[in-house]
Design a protein around this ligand. Structure first.
Ligand code: ZN
Length: 201
Protein backbone atom coordinates (compact mmCIF):
# COMPACT_ATOMS: atom_id res chain seq x y z
CA UNK A 1 0.00 0.00 0.00
CA UNK A 2 1.13 3.51 -0.72
CA UNK A 3 0.50 6.51 1.47
CA UNK A 4 -2.30 8.80 0.30
CA UNK A 5 -0.91 11.51 -1.94
CA UNK A 6 -1.10 14.44 0.55
CA UNK A 7 0.97 12.51 3.09
CA UNK A 8 3.39 11.19 0.45
CA UNK A 9 3.91 14.79 -0.74
CA UNK A 10 4.64 15.97 2.80
CA UNK A 11 7.08 13.08 3.38
CA UNK A 12 8.89 14.03 0.15
CA UNK A 13 9.10 17.65 1.31
CA UNK A 14 10.53 16.78 4.73
CA UNK A 15 13.01 14.39 3.09
CA UNK A 16 14.50 17.35 1.20
CA UNK A 17 15.77 18.83 4.48
CA UNK A 18 19.39 18.13 5.45
CA UNK A 19 19.91 15.16 7.73
CA UNK A 20 16.31 13.94 7.29
CA UNK A 21 16.02 10.44 5.84
CA UNK A 22 12.84 8.70 4.64
CA UNK A 23 12.11 7.26 8.08
CA UNK A 24 12.35 10.60 9.93
CA UNK A 25 10.43 12.34 7.13
CA UNK A 26 7.60 9.85 7.57
CA UNK A 27 7.59 10.35 11.33
CA UNK A 28 7.48 14.15 10.89
CA UNK A 29 4.65 13.92 8.36
CA UNK A 30 2.52 11.89 10.75
CA UNK A 31 3.46 14.19 13.59
CA UNK A 32 2.21 17.11 11.49
CA UNK A 33 -1.07 15.29 10.94
CA UNK A 34 -1.50 15.11 14.72
CA UNK A 35 -0.68 18.79 15.33
CA UNK A 36 -3.31 21.47 16.06
CA UNK A 37 -4.60 23.07 12.86
CA UNK A 38 -3.51 26.45 14.20
CA UNK A 39 0.08 25.30 14.71
CA UNK A 40 0.19 23.77 11.25
CA UNK A 41 -1.11 27.04 9.77
CA UNK A 42 1.59 29.00 11.61
CA UNK A 43 4.26 26.57 10.47
CA UNK A 44 3.19 26.68 6.84
CA UNK A 45 2.92 30.48 6.91
CA UNK A 46 6.47 30.77 8.30
CA UNK A 47 7.71 28.48 5.54
CA UNK A 48 5.81 30.22 2.78
CA UNK A 49 6.88 33.76 3.68
CA UNK A 50 10.51 33.39 4.78
CA UNK A 51 12.01 33.77 1.31
CA UNK A 52 9.97 36.88 0.55
CA UNK A 53 10.41 38.55 3.91
CA UNK A 54 14.15 38.10 4.33
CA UNK A 55 16.72 39.99 2.34
CA UNK A 56 20.42 40.83 2.61
CA UNK A 57 21.38 44.10 4.32
CA UNK A 58 22.53 46.54 1.64
CA UNK A 59 25.47 47.61 3.82
CA UNK A 60 26.84 44.49 5.54
CA UNK A 61 25.27 41.57 3.65
CA UNK A 62 23.78 39.98 6.76
CA UNK A 63 20.21 38.70 6.57
CA UNK A 64 17.51 41.17 7.61
CA UNK A 65 13.74 41.62 7.24
CA UNK A 66 12.72 43.25 3.98
CA UNK A 67 11.22 46.10 6.02
CA UNK A 68 14.49 46.72 7.91
CA UNK A 69 17.30 47.61 5.55
CA UNK A 70 19.97 48.57 6.70
CA UNK A 71 19.86 45.85 9.34
CA UNK A 72 19.51 46.53 13.08
CA UNK A 73 23.29 46.33 13.66
CA UNK A 74 24.27 48.67 10.81
CA UNK A 75 21.70 51.22 11.94
CA UNK A 76 22.67 51.08 15.63
CA UNK A 77 24.73 54.20 16.45
CA UNK A 78 25.92 52.69 19.76
CA UNK A 79 28.04 50.07 17.94
CA UNK A 80 31.76 50.83 17.53
CA UNK A 81 31.84 52.36 14.08
CA UNK A 82 35.60 51.93 13.60
CA UNK A 83 35.79 48.12 13.62
CA UNK A 84 34.37 45.68 11.07
CA UNK A 85 34.39 41.91 11.66
CA UNK A 86 34.29 39.97 8.39
CA UNK A 87 32.45 36.65 8.65
CA UNK A 88 31.46 33.90 6.29
CA UNK A 89 27.73 33.67 6.91
CA UNK A 90 24.82 35.04 8.97
CA UNK A 91 25.02 32.15 11.43
CA UNK A 92 28.53 33.30 12.38
CA UNK A 93 27.15 36.77 13.21
CA UNK A 94 24.55 35.20 15.46
CA UNK A 95 27.23 33.13 17.24
CA UNK A 96 29.40 36.21 17.77
CA UNK A 97 26.45 38.31 18.98
CA UNK A 98 25.59 35.65 21.54
CA UNK A 99 28.99 36.15 23.22
CA UNK A 100 28.05 39.83 23.85
CA UNK A 101 31.77 40.58 23.72
CA UNK A 102 31.98 42.19 20.30
CA UNK A 103 30.47 45.64 19.82
CA UNK A 104 31.67 46.64 16.37
CA UNK A 105 30.12 46.23 12.95
CA UNK A 106 30.04 43.20 10.63
CA UNK A 107 30.51 42.37 7.00
CA UNK A 108 29.08 39.05 5.84
CA UNK A 109 30.72 37.47 2.80
CA UNK A 110 28.04 34.84 2.22
CA UNK A 111 30.78 32.55 0.96
CA UNK A 112 34.56 32.19 0.77
CA UNK A 113 37.12 32.58 -1.97
CA UNK A 114 37.76 29.04 -3.17
CA UNK A 115 40.34 28.52 -5.90
CA UNK A 116 39.46 24.80 -6.06
CA UNK A 117 35.74 25.51 -6.58
CA UNK A 118 36.43 28.42 -8.92
CA UNK A 119 34.89 30.98 -6.54
CA UNK A 120 36.65 34.31 -6.90
CA UNK A 121 36.53 37.53 -4.86
CA UNK A 122 33.75 38.97 -7.04
CA UNK A 123 31.55 35.91 -6.50
CA UNK A 124 31.15 36.65 -2.78
CA UNK A 125 30.08 39.81 -0.94
CA UNK A 126 33.60 41.25 -1.00
CA UNK A 127 33.47 44.14 -3.51
CA UNK A 128 30.92 45.85 -1.25
CA UNK A 129 33.43 45.72 1.65
CA UNK A 130 35.99 47.62 -0.41
CA UNK A 131 33.32 50.15 -1.36
CA UNK A 132 32.25 50.46 2.25
CA UNK A 133 35.81 51.12 3.46
CA UNK A 134 36.31 53.75 0.79
CA UNK A 135 33.15 55.54 1.89
CA UNK A 136 33.75 55.30 5.63
CA UNK A 137 37.19 56.56 6.55
CA UNK A 138 36.41 56.11 10.25
CA UNK A 139 36.82 52.32 9.87
CA UNK A 140 40.27 51.64 11.34
CA UNK A 141 40.33 47.89 11.80
CA UNK A 142 39.04 44.96 9.79
CA UNK A 143 39.00 41.67 11.69
CA UNK A 144 38.83 38.62 9.44
CA UNK A 145 36.88 35.85 11.12
CA UNK A 146 36.69 33.32 8.29
CA UNK A 147 37.20 29.67 9.26
CA UNK A 148 40.64 28.08 9.58
CA UNK A 149 39.95 25.95 6.47
CA UNK A 150 42.02 26.30 3.28
CA UNK A 151 39.38 28.54 1.72
CA UNK A 152 39.01 30.54 4.93
CA UNK A 153 42.76 31.18 4.99
CA UNK A 154 42.86 32.05 1.29
CA UNK A 155 40.07 34.58 1.84
CA UNK A 156 41.84 36.11 4.87
CA UNK A 157 45.10 36.44 2.95
CA UNK A 158 43.35 38.04 -0.01
CA UNK A 159 41.60 40.60 2.20
CA UNK A 160 44.84 41.40 4.05
CA UNK A 161 46.74 41.97 0.78
CA UNK A 162 43.93 44.09 -0.58
CA UNK A 163 43.61 46.37 2.45
CA UNK A 164 47.23 46.79 3.50
CA UNK A 165 47.92 49.62 1.02
CA UNK A 166 44.83 51.45 2.27
CA UNK A 167 46.42 51.77 5.70
CA UNK A 168 43.70 49.79 7.44
CA UNK A 169 44.73 47.47 10.24
CA UNK A 170 43.80 43.91 9.27
CA UNK A 171 43.66 41.30 12.01
CA UNK A 172 42.69 37.64 12.09
CA UNK A 173 40.79 35.86 14.85
CA UNK A 174 43.20 33.75 16.90
CA UNK A 175 43.05 30.15 15.83
CA UNK A 176 41.23 28.69 18.75
CA UNK A 177 39.00 27.12 16.11
CA UNK A 178 39.76 23.68 14.71
CA UNK A 179 40.75 23.54 11.06
CA UNK A 180 37.65 23.39 8.88
CA UNK A 181 35.26 24.04 11.73
CA UNK A 182 32.59 26.67 11.36
CA UNK A 183 32.65 29.46 13.88
CA UNK A 184 29.02 28.81 14.85
CA UNK A 185 29.89 25.44 16.37
CA UNK A 186 32.66 26.81 18.53
CA UNK A 187 31.74 27.44 22.11
CA UNK A 188 31.35 31.01 23.26
CA UNK A 189 34.48 31.06 25.40
CA UNK A 190 36.58 30.03 22.39
CA UNK A 191 35.02 32.85 20.40
CA UNK A 192 35.72 35.39 23.11
CA UNK A 193 39.36 34.22 23.41
CA UNK A 194 39.62 34.20 19.65
CA UNK A 195 38.66 37.84 19.43
CA UNK A 196 40.80 38.93 22.38
CA UNK A 197 43.87 37.15 20.96
CA UNK A 198 43.52 38.32 17.37
CA UNK A 199 46.73 38.76 15.39
CA UNK A 200 47.66 41.40 12.88
CA UNK A 201 47.99 40.05 9.35
ZN1 ZN B 1 23.76 45.47 8.02
Amino acid sequence: MQYPEPIARLIDSYAKLPGIGAKTATRLAFFTLDMDSEDVQGFSKALATVKDEITFCSICGNITSTDEDPCSICSDPSRDQDTVLVLQNPKDVMAMEQTREYHGLYHVLNGLISPSAGTGPDDINLPSLIQRLAQHENIREVIVGTSASTDGEATAMYIARLLKPANIKVTRLAHGLAVGSDIDYADQLTLIKSIEGRNEL
